[in-house]
Design a binder for this molecule. Sequence first.
Ligand SMILES: *Cc1c(COP(=O)(O)O)cnc(C)c1O
Length: 376
Amino acid sequence: MVKHTDPADAAATGPRVREFLSRVPDYVPGKAPVVPDGVTPYKISSNENPFAPLPAVVEAVVATASQVNRYADMGASELVADLAGHLGVPAEHVVATPGSTAALVHVLQAVCDPGDEVVFAWRSFEAYPILATLAGAVPVPVPVTADGRHDLPALAAAVTDRTRMVLLCTPNNPTGPALTRTEVRAFVQGLPPHVVVVVDEAYREFVRQADADDHLPLHLEFENVAVVRTFSKAHGLPGLRVGYLVARPRLAGAVRRTLVPFGVGAPAQQAARASLRPAQLAVLDAQVDEIVARREALVADLRAQGWAVPDAQGNFVWLALGPLTADFAAAAEAVGLSVRPFAGEGVRCSVAEPEANARLVALAGAFVADHPGLAG
Ligand SMILES: *Cc1c(COP(=O)(O)O)cnc(C)c1O
């Protein structure tokens, strides 16, 4: 047997892994709060749906459970057909993935060669720089404006000969504002047609701004546009992992070739299908309306306290706390609320149960009273 020695790795005793992984930031999941005695804890750190899964969706999962000795349908063809019908697009345009995070992974794999640049607003979805780096690409973050919006002229100016993709997050997680379809259309028109624009619409159901809740038609106008959506937020199924990408056949086909076979399990496929039936959609719409009403009340209460809350079009609000971020997160933890802090920048708080929202308002009021400099 040949003895392999690597002088550069002489000190290493374990398996050799790729050095660049040490430069990939960790994804920080929202955590559940540590419960103070006698207090009901609320996790408002992951933008989850506070409503329990619908009975018809649970039934679909249970019915599928007895067949999990079999592989699921590889292309999720029934789900893709249902989605195509629901969206009014050809099935060829739809790629089902295990969560929309996987849709992002695969579109990056399909588009980027090592060293290619991926432009996105920042702060935005924390997975973007992680996934771009893992794909071998170079992340190019472009600061959001003071009110948490994408700076579209700056994003366009950041596009170079090496740019292969621009990621747009609307509404933007964690800051809240949405992009209109008119704005995105003008942005795409100004780009070279080989640069792929991925519009991440994870929170589109919660949008109440005109012209901002549906970017899907752009993929018909532009072959370089892909739209990414998920069943994790408004549909409340993050534990099942199902999302999808919509693009014209050239891009959709390239994404399909990168998929891990059988990525979306049968329970996830059938739960998503059940969730798209008219009776279930009607219930979900009412739940989303309720969350939006709670969001509007929460934003109004926070602004009345003096907080400069950016336009909130998702199921979360952003408090730009700067250096007080960790203090606020600790104060929240102490009252049984786990928020999502971004060190030195701010906290994202999900719109949740009425008691959780009320507790957040009380906490924020006390905090701003203690730190009058925060009031905008
Ligand atoms: C939650 C979220 C997603 C998707 O999550 P999945 O559970 O992987 O579908 C995608 N983009 C943004 C901006 C999100 O906040």
